[in-house]
Design a protein around this ligand. Structure first.
Ligand SMILES: [Fe+2]
Length: 316
């Protein structure tokens, strides 16, 4: 038996780890370095087509709360040629990781501060509620200087923020595209993601400017079926199905921008055994990396749509 503890981190490919560490620490609140590892990453042979050499920085927000507990993993590939480019024409919801959502205290002020710090505004702050329960939220989107979509949400209907000045508080959820919602829900349920916070089938209008020609016909946008299965602890997942299906935006592992995520488990070997008994398959065997402060244990799981997802046991 083991425990599944929600989304542990979202992995972001970067071209200069020092710059990204500085930016995410100063402007996005990820001010604690859990480890800064440079070396080989075994266990990726069937994911990345080899054993990448990379610098990996795992960052935590000192402002993280129970509703924004997730971390950021910056990955700078060091192999010849460096990191591949971000997938071309990615709007939102194509297969692949498409967004990092941060819980924020005061969305308007955090949005404005990020724009002042070098982000582009992608969606002006607005208030909304989500079906079927009418949970209220404040929402905005920015794009970091390297093109990663950062969603800012304050779940006003769920959580009264701790008092204090505006701040981003850590990862609330990761969004990614899939092709079959029922299959995805069934896959992630044994990984700890159960009751969804919301489910919607309407196109979210403020995202329309992101869907550009020649990838899309702006006059005939796809529908978006999105839902947010919650884990009792840890950050959530937000899978989305576009109809009609869009182009594949997984890209090569390690590409620039958001590209993978990790689900935290209490005991990696026990998790692999119990999931394996249920028919889940893995890319290779569990790996143990000495990151100086301790050990990073992970294994990549065979996700139904080929999204890059690792189980992670954090001993650092
Ligand atoms: Fe989201």
């Amino acid at each position: 038996m083991t425990t599944f503890v929600g989304v542990d981190h979202v992995g972001v490919g970067v071209s200069d780890a020092d710059e990204a560490i500085e930016f995410y620490g100063r402007h996005v609140g990820f001010d604690r370095m859990l480890f800064d590892y440079t070396g080989e990453l075994p266990g990726l042979e069937t994911v990345a087509g080899g054993t990448p050499r990379a610098r990996v920085a795992m960052l935590e927000s000192s402002g993280a709360t129970p509703i924004g507990p997730g971390r950021i993993k910056l990955v700078q590939l060091l192999d010849d040629g460096g990191p591949p480019a971000a997938p071309a024409g990615q709007a939102w919801g194509e297969v692949g990781v498409c967004e990092i959502c941060l819980h924020a205290r005061n969305v308007q002020e955090v949005h404005d501060a990020l724009v002042a710090g070098g982000c582009a505004s992608l969606m002006e702050p607005t208030s909304a509620d989500v079906p079927p329960t009418g949970v209220t939220l404040d929402i905005a989107y920015v794009e970091d200087p390297w093109g990663t979509k950062l969603e800012l949400i304050e779940w006003t209907g769920l959580w009264r923020s701790l008092p204090g000045p505006a701040r981003a508080e850590g990862v609330n959820h990761v969004a990614f595209g899939v092709t079959d919602m029922a299959r995805t829900r069934a896959f992630y349920e044994p990984l700890g993601f159960g009751q969804p916070l919301f489910e919607s089938v309407e196109f979210f209008g403020p995202m329309a400017p992101w869907y550009r020609a020649p990838w899309y016909d702006p006059g005939d946008l796809p529908t978006q079926h999105m839902t947010m299965p919650l884990s009792a602890q840890g950050a959530a997942i937000e899978p989305c199905v576009l109809d009609p299906p869009a182009h594949d935006c997984r890209g090569e592992w390690g590409h620039l921008g958001p590209m993978d995520f990790g689900i935290r488990v209490g005991n990696l070997d026990a998790a692999v055994a119990s999931l394996g008994a249920g028919g889940v398959t893995f890319h290779g065997t569990p790996q143990t990396i000495d990151v100086g402060s301790g050990e990073w244990r992970y294994v990549y799981v065979a996700e139904p749509d080929g999204n890059y997802v690792q189980l992670v046991e954090a001993r650092y």
